[in-house]
Design a protein around this ligand. Structure first.
Ligand code: MLT
Length: 228
């Protein structure tokens, strides 16, 4: 699914889901998990985040609106902020514009894996050892197609293609990935969300989020909570 709007759960009963928001929610979640956070609780709204914080006073509030730190929150949505020093042993309550929304949509699936370019090798390895059907759900941007998420979906499709039967959409993502792979950063840097992040000072995040296979972790989202 190139956008959450394409995800119709009735079509995917019994499937496992893989959720992607390369820039930057799933990259930040993966980074937090590899750096030893206890759990991430993704929520749709700031209000929900504050309600949950009342139950977990030691938790960190994290996320973004318009790419920027939410006033009163502890962390923004830059993966650079999710250092071991900041997150080890912590519960992180996170709300972002598209990523946590996509996760809440996917929550109906049997099991939900969190994917970014950074942990693509780990997720591929895990999925190659399962027999279950998989739906890949790109967070996109406010309901629209996002190039970087589609390319990450294409990378996964490409790596699974020797064992999996790809849908037409997955095959299209695979072809797109193969076409862009040699020049990923340059191509994605021109995409609309990358351009926006660069304009507000996060060019380093764009580059970091496109690094492949750097983090060995397979976070899973079940019962409203992400754990490594
Ligand atoms: C989102 O969930 O929309 C993003 O991760 C936005 C961002 O922080 O770049």
């Amino acid at each position: 699914c190139f956008t959450p709007n394409d995800f119709n759960y009735d079509e995917y009963i019994g499937y496992n889901a893989v959720v992607i928001d390369v820039l930057r929610a799933t990259t930040s979640i993966v980074t937090a998990c590899v750096n030893g956070c206890e759990r991430v609780i993704p929520v749709k709204t700031v209000e929900e985040a504050l309600e949950i914080k009342a139950k977990y006073p030691d938790a960190l509030l994290a996320g973004e609106r318009k790419g920027l730190l939410i006033p009163g929150f502890d962390l923004g949505n830059s993966p650079y902020e999710y250092t071991e020093e900041q997150v080890v042993g912590k519960t992180i309550i996170m709300t972002t514009t598209n990523g946590t929304l996509a996760l809440s949509k996917a929550a109906v699936a049997h099991r939900v894996y969190i994917l970014a370019f950074a942990n693509a090798a780990s997720v591929t390895k895990l999925l190659l050892n399962t027999q279950e059907d998989i739906v890949i759900l790109c967070a996109g941007s406010e309901g629209q197609f996002s190039l970087e998420d589609a390319l990450c979906a294409g990378l996964l499709a490409d790596r699974l293609s020797s064992k999996a039967i790809l849908s037409d959409t997955a095959a299209a993502a695979q072809a797109m990935y193969r076409d862009f792979a040699a020049d990923l950063l340059k191509k994605v840097a021109k995409s609309s969300h990358a351009q926006y992040l660069i304009s507000i000072g996060f060019a380093n995040d764009v580059a970091l989020c496109l690094e492949q296979d750097t983090l060995a972790v397979t976070p899973v989202f079940t019962n409203g909570v992400v754990t490594a």
